[in-house]
Write a protein that binds this ligand. Structure first.
Ligand code: C2E
Ligand code: CA
Ligand code: CA
Ligand code: CA
Length: 273
């Protein structure tokens, strides 16, 4: 009886060790990847439901890993968050977007949405950093917007810092709305500008009425609380028509455009605005 037990323990512990080593080396790769500029941004237009024109984009990070090739953010963002690398990575992303968009001629009030992890708001000099970003983006005609996902719980302290950023003129969106755990209590405690309705709710358009009731309720909540509603993952005209008929202000999804590199985005904007 003892032998199989020892064997199982051995296998389990080596598996654990292997997993940890794998994670460690990926974190190391992220660190060197930032230094070597292996990360780049793609941009997905966010379209106004009133006139169909792009009022801004969401910046989405991509990683061109020297051995693994193109790595999706779902894989490395959680590791960056765990290994304290999300702050340097996000700072790199801000600078990269600044460099990218200083090359473009933009319509007025162009907004760029950045996905910012809650850890970012722990930094003590966050206000100074965002004051700098606000001014640097203003110079190229861009209003930065931060999209916050509550994968982790937002603490009271974080909420206060985010509120201070809004005072600076930074737009704030709650991302993947409806999928987090504390979203409703969060809405009671602090004010935001945008609510991004998660794709999983948009997918319910045209399905049986019970599931699409949830979408209707979220949209109603947005209107009642005076939030600007943004629908993500819009793929079909049926979904778009439904959302437009219910006054969802902004739409984003493959129906309009996939995330694009800067040069493709430039062409897209010329054709569509
Ligand atoms: P998200 O913020 O919910 O971003 C939307 C995701 O949906 C993106 O995936 C986008 O490419 C995809 N998408 C957009 N329209 C459609 C559609 O019509 N159909 C489908 N099936 N998908 C659509 P992506 O780029 O792979 O990013 C995945 C997640 O990784 C993001 O989810 C976000 O949470 C995170 N992420 C991406 N870039 C960053 C970043 O720069 N910083 C941080 N902290 N997280 C990021
Ligand atoms: Ca987002
Ligand atoms: Ca989202
Ligand atoms: Ca989402």
């Amino acid at each position: 009886l003892l032998l199989p037990l020892i064997f199982t323990l051995f296998v389990l512990s080596s598996l654990l060790l292997w997993k940890r080593n794998g994670r460690h080396s990926l974190a190391d790769d992220i660190k060197s990847g930032i230094e070597n500029q292996e990360f780049f941004l793609v941009y997905q237009p966010v379209v106004s439901s009133e006139d169909g024109k792009a009022k801004g984009v969401e910046a989405l990070v991509r990683w061109q890993h020297p051995q693994m090739g193109l790595v999706r953010p779902d894989l490395f963002i959680p590791i960056a968050e765990e290994s304290q690398l999300i702050v340097p990575l996000t700072n790199y992303i801000f600078e990269r977007a600044l460099a990218d968009f200083s090359q473009l001629q933009l319509t007025t009030d162009f907004r760029i949405g950045f996905n910012v992890a809650p850890e970012h708001f722990i930094q003590s000099d966050i206000e100074a950093k965002f004051r700098y970003l606000r001014d640097a983006f203003a110079e190229i005609g861009v209003q930065p917007l931060i999209e916050i996902t509550e994968r982790q719980l937002l603490t009271v302290d974080m909420c206060e810092r985010i509120a201070a950023l809004r005072e600076l003129g930074i737009l704030v969106a709650i991302d993947d709305f409806g999928t987090g755990q504390t979203t409703l209590s969060l809405l009671q405690t602090f004010t935001l500008d945008y609510l991004k309705i998660d794709k999983c709710f948009i997918d319910t358009v045209g399905q049986d009425s019970v599931t699409s009731h949830v979408l209707d309720t979220i949209i109603e909540l947005c209107h009642k609380m005076n939030y600007v509603a943004v629908a993500e993952g819009v793929e079909t005209q049926e979904q778009a028509d439904y959302l437009i008929s219910r006054d969802v202000h902004f739409l984003q999804g493959y129906l309009y455009a996939k995330p694009m590199k800067l040069n493709e985005l430039e062409l897209w904007l010329k054709e569509h605005n």
